[in-house]
Ligand binder design. Structure first.
Ligand SMILES: [Cu+2]
Length: 130
């Protein structure tokens, strides 16, 4: 329910801006990018990650792009007891990109350390043939 609410808010906020800009290529494909190896992009826009949920295969490299005027981070908590972030982009200013290759399967919840309400997740699945 929270996810839906965030999506709605983000959609409303984005509507005015999006009409002025060409639709990014592959934005729809990223939602269902289960294919391994395909380039996948997550956008930080209007204080929300898009897509909010992403399913990818092990070994996929995800590019995170900050499309906001505000700075953001892409920071994941630990899967286990280790409190060290699984990944952390550090500060990302407007227009900055950061990539991360997901080498281990699991569910990666991440957020922006500046705006803790910005949350999303990436589910990394192992290859089906193993
Ligand atoms: Cu942020």
């Amino acid at each position: 329910m929270k996810r839906l609410a965030l999506t709605c808010v983000a959609t409303v906020l984005a509507a005015a801006v999006c009409t002025l800009l060409p639709a990014p290529q592959g934005a729809g494909a990223a939602d269902s990018a289960a294919a391994t190896g395909a380039p996948v992009v997550v956008h930080a826009k209007d204080f929300a990650y898009k897509p909010l949920e992403l399913a990818i295969g092990v070994g996929t490299t995800v590019t995170f792009v900050n499309d906001d005027d505000s700075a953001h981070t892409v920071t994941a908590g630990a899967l286990g007891d280790d409190k060290k972030p699984l990944f952390d982009s550090g500060n990302m200013d407007k227009g900055q990109k950061w990539t991360f290759t997901f080498k281990k399967s699991g569910t990666y919840q991440y957020l922006c350390t500046y705006h803790a309400f910005m949350k999303a997740k990436i589910v990394v699945t192992p290859p089906a043939s193993s």
